[in-house]
Design a protein around this ligand. Sequence first.
Ligand code: GDP
Length: 617
Amino acid sequence: MSKRYKKEVIEKEKERDFKPQTQRTSGSRKTTVSMKNKVVTYIPNMTVADVAKELGISNAEMMRKLMGLGVMTTINQSIDRDTIELVAIDLGFKVEDEVITDLTRFEEIIVEDDPKDLKSRPPIVTVLGHVDHGKTTLLDTIRQTRVAAGEAGGITQHIGAYQVDIKGQKITFIDTPGHAAFTEMRARGAQVTDICVVVVAADDGVMPQTIEAIDHARNAKVPIIIAINKIDRPQANIEQIKSELAKIDLTPEEWGGKTPVVEISALKKIGIDELLEMIVLVSELEELKANPDRAASGTVIEAKLDKGRGVVATIIIKNGTLKVGDNIVCGNTYGKIRTMSDGSKKRVSKALPSQPVEITGLLEVPEAGDKFIAIEDEREARIVSEQRAAKQKEGVFIRQKRASLSALFKQKEAAEKELNLIIKGDTQGTIEALKGALEKINVEGFVVNVVRSSVGAITENDITLASAADAIVLGFNVRPIAMVRDMAKSMGIEIRLYTVIYQAIEDIEAALKGMLEPEYEEVVIGQAVIREIFKISRIGTIAGCYVTDGSIKRNSGVRVLRDGVVIYQGKLASLKRFKDDVREVAQGYECGMSVENYNDLKEGDVLEAFVDKEVEK
Ligand code: GDP
């Protein structure tokens, strides 16, 4: 394995499921700066402006410091931890990582296992592909031949996922074919899949949904294995499929490319072992590991209410070992694991990393994509789930989800941001032209990344992908139907419609520049009337004022109004209450003010304070 590939694998591992995800909502901001021990708490993807604030310096000062380090950036761009550290140390600050210990945010808690405790875990595989290309047949064949064979009676039960054994190596399959479930889970921040098998029928070829599936897998940065299916059919044209794959940048390994391709017949059970062996091979390169000797955490795959058994959920263990009798918090509910069984209805007493099990014992039905953790103390588990339910009611988690969506796509180099686009158009020609032009847009620090471009109306599928990829949808001479429009609205996905190419390009360019340079809007925060003037030598004119409305802040801009006419605009030089400098004086209070570089103040003048507020886009 090349070094670069290995690095990518490591990076990917880092980006996986339990990555800490930070919210930028002011209320929940955990950053702390204490001037006493001068610590900046590092939150992934902090912007230059955030850091400046934490360090107590102005944005301009911060930019100067960065320039001094040879870092060219804008205040709204995020900077990496090393750069922050350089600036911070210079100012006598220490940088520390945010440590999340709040169990109600358990998804964000970083589990740091000692590398020596880590053991290989089986890969978790999702089967994707165009309709009728044989996904269901393939999953059934694998389940029948590999799961049922060893079990008494050979009864298999569909629990949403199953595990098979190939030459002593285990593989977990998610038993819901297609990318709807895959994307939905990802949109919820739960990336369970380690490897995607994309099925392409040899008698049909690379189809729109094949491309969609590949888009999803690439977007999730998950390795792809192509299974060319239906090779038993007389119309099968394997070479044709391979050349189609090469055209979409999936050149088969045997042609000198990097994509593993296996030829199979799901129906006639040809090539199944080869496919499974290939999955094992690819998973070995991924170096998937977990620590079985800790409390379990993982993700819900399916859940339902069963008349006899109560809440039944299929979960996949991500890390640790889950045992019957464990207390778990799952989404916003909790419970004590009453029973656990595998896909062959066999009762098990414990479940290891990557193992799917059906559990009973939860109080309420969780949602697919919800995560869980085992908590030793039952009472604590209950309290955590209650607090989470309360937070959900307040809408805290909704914001988190949006934030985690963008976190999905944070770049390896935090300094470079991606604008993800989905382009739908009326003809291939216009789409190509638009795509080419958009990808050429050069705004420093941004990469335009077209996640999907295809002919046709804007569909629900486009919206789900946009949601998973945090992308904007561009429609060129095409429109979404009302239902799709509503769906986009409810998911907060932006759809932009154009009929002229250059307008689309101009818009995107402007949007990118807008992302770089925030727009400011002036907001008047208060007014004060001058009641008395004091001329003090060497200091200048001090106006004794009374705040008539709002409040005056030390760092605000100020306008001098005389009979309603602006006669000067500048900055406050000082704001005092009696002898003390103050940060703010509210309505109904008296204060002393002086205006920078302006001494011609008169009794009766009104001083209007304003601040520049960043306009939200
Ligand atoms: P899905 O929509 O991708 O889940 O596709 P299905 O698994 O439902 O398969 C669609 C059709 O293709 C069914 O009629 C299958 O019997 C058939 N099929 C699937 N795999 C093969 C194969 O390897 N060879 C042949 N001849 N037919 C297959």
